[in-house]
Design a protein around this ligand. Structure first.
Ligand code: PMV
Length: 326
């Protein structure tokens, strides 16, 4: 095969953020926003990346130079994904990669993990290397850690496995939940979150009051375990209540913002089953679980306090080979 096109979904954290970094479980769902990348074999020993991001345009690097020198942030995940792949599966030829669509980076939908997963999945397909989902996860997670040093890998798992997952850090547990029917309203706060800064903030809290924070994380873990059952039972009222409690702990940790709180309150007042921030906090999105009848009312309430509604469907398929040619 000379050329292959793959797509991988973004994600939304349902419950358990931050606690998951400290060994507790979380719930994540893949969403219908997908990144599409096409990868082609080159005769020369070269990486060429063509992105939709005009600042970079076309990026070229000799394979022998991968991982060295200043790497523009737009291509960091692509380059290190290839670097890690070649370290494990040495191949003489080069590759050209092209992103085929714009995937929004501002909402916190997991663009970096989707890119990484697309690249390594495409390479394994092109070079006939049969990777299990877990092997793919390990290689992609290593790449993400190489770039950003920390993170549980929940976003990588969502991009690979898809659907809704019960997940523990580093992929020690990845369990696909058979669920149909969660309806979420997603509201963007207008502020891009800095995930690493928020993780550092929580780490500081942990250093200054370990017993208290560990206790909160244990309580969040119980909420996540109950929420898993609620999802399997399709008990959306229960799921909403558990999300509300999870939000209280996140507020205590100091990762929510006034804007997120207003949107969450608005959603609850409009009759959502429950609402919370999604992801690291400090910005990005909030989510509300709703019934089909109440979706519009809750969306209007979020908009009325300045939130932007992002049309999203959950429970999407994981990484997919769209096409390939020889
Ligand atoms: O900011 P996001 O949407 O990537 O979510 C981060 C979630 C954390 O639990 C804070 C970090 C992680 O890697 O699990």
């Amino acid at each position: 095969m000379r050329q292959v096109t793959v797509s991988a979904p973004g994600k939304l954290m349902l419950m358990g953020e931050h606690a998951v970094v400290y060994g507790r479980p979380c719930l994540v769902t893949a969403i219908n926003w997908r990144l599409k990348i096409s990868v082609e074999i080159l005769e020369e020993s070269l990486l060429i990346v063509k992105t939709k991001e005009s600042e970079v345009g076309e990026y070229r690097k000799a394979l022998g130079e991968l991982g060295k020198g200043e790497i523009p942030k737009e291509v960091k995940f692509v380059e290190l994904a290839l670097f890690n792949f070649l370290n494990k599966y040495p191949i003489e030829v080069g590759v050209s990669m092209q992103t085929l669509n714009k995937f929004p980076t501002q909402y916190g939908f997991g663009s970096s993990s989707a890119v990484t997963v697309c690249v390594i999945k495409a390479l394994s397909e092109l070079f006939n290397i049969n990777l299990s989902n877990k092997e793919l996860f390990d290689l992609c997670y290593k790449t993400v850690l190489d770039v950003q040093r920390q993170g549980s890998g929940f976003d990588v798992a969502a991009a690979i496995y898809g659907r809704t997952l019960y997940f523990k850090a580093g992929g020690s547990t990845i369990k696909q939940l058979v669920e149909e029917g969660i309806i979420l309203v997603v509201g963007y706060s207008g502020v891009k979150s800095d995930t690493v800064a928020m993780m550092n903030l929580v780490q500081k809290k942990m250093e200054s009051y370990k017993t208290g924070v560990e206790k909160s994380f244990d309580s969040i873990a119980k909420l996540v375990d109950e929420a898993k059952v609620a999802i399997l039972d399709k008990d959306w009222g229960r799921l909403g209540t558990l999300m509300d409690y999870n939000q209280n702990y996140l507020e205590d940790l100091g990762v929510s913002t006034d804007k997120l709180n207003q949107m969450i309150e608005g959603a609850r007042r409009a009759g959502a089953y429950g609402a919370k921030l999604s992801g690291a906090g400090g910005g990005d999105c909030m989510i509300a679980v709703v019934s089909a009848d109440n979706k519009q009312r809750v969306s209007d309430a979020i908009q009325s306090v300045g939130g932007e509604i992002i049309q999203t469907e959950v429970n999407a398929n994981g990484v997919t080979i769209i096409s390939g040619s020889s």
